[in-house]
Design a protein around this ligand. Structure first.
Ligand code: 13P
Length: 223
């Protein structure tokens, strides 16, 4: 049985999976998505093509490791569970084999501050977690380390992930990180890209922390 807000979350996860492939963030049934729910998370099942997913295929995974559902959860349930358990600020995780992020990750490259948008992920760079076999606790531990003070990272020889307070925001961040990776890749083809100063970066991080985006606002407030 599902509780009141579980059904829309299951539907939103399937929509996000289809969207991440439609916008070129991911291909085939690589990648996986989770959303915090009750004392755990709702997560995509392992290896089912996204076009074939129905809401009952989404698996509930308790933070204590209990599983409820008809399907086996994503092989990457460990890092989804560990991120949502460790980070109260995050409510959804998007993992994709995004082409430009993965290109940089194959080269074990971080994304430095070549554009102010790097601050959207929480700091002055987007780190690349060292390689570990997919689905392992070792990979989860390395991902959590790369995410310290950040909401996105690359994963060596694998892909990327973005996590945010909501699924919509996590998808937004994933698209922005892939755009950054593409821009950085392009700049590297021209030469040795300059980076923003610590001061410039701190100001960009402060702008994002002050609440970039639309929030509840008083119609009389100034810009
Ligand atoms: P799952 O289908 O098990 O989620 O695995 C896909 C993947 O990208 C593993 O990293």
């Amino acid at each position: 049985m599902t509780d009141l807000d579980e059904a829309p979350k299951r539907a939103a996860i399937i929509d996000a999976c289809l969207k991440m492939n439609a916008v070129g963030l991911n291909t085939g049934n690589a990648g996986n998505i989770s959303v915090r729910h009750a004392e755990g998370l709702l997560i995509t099942p392992s290896s089912i093509p996204y076009e074939a997913l129905v809401p009952d295929d989404i698996v509930f995974l308790g933070l204590d490791g209990t599983v409820r559902g008809n399907r086996k959860p994503s092989s990457e349930w460990r890092f989804h569970r560990d991120i949502l358990r460790a980070r109260a600020d995050l409510g959804a995780v998007v993992h994709a084999h995004a082409p430009y992020c993965t290109t940089l990750a194959i080269m074990h490259m971080d994304i430095p501050a070549v554009h102010y948008m790097v601050a959207a992920a929480g700091g002055g760079d987007i780190r690349c977690a060292p390689y570990a076999t997919f689905g392992t606790q070792e990979l989860s531990d390395k991902v959590l380390e790369a995410l310290e003070g950040r909401k996105a990272c690359l994963m060596a020889h694998h892909g990327m992930l973005a996590a945010e307070a909501s699924l919509d925001k996590a998808m937004w961040l994933a698209v922005e990180v892939e755009a950054l990776a593409r821009q950085y890749h392009g700049a590297l083809l021209i030469g040795d890209p300059p980076v923003l100063s610590d001061q410039q970066l701190a100001e960009a991080v402060a702008q994002f922390s002050a609440g970039y985006g639309q929030a509840e606002r008083d119609p009389d407030q100034t810009a």
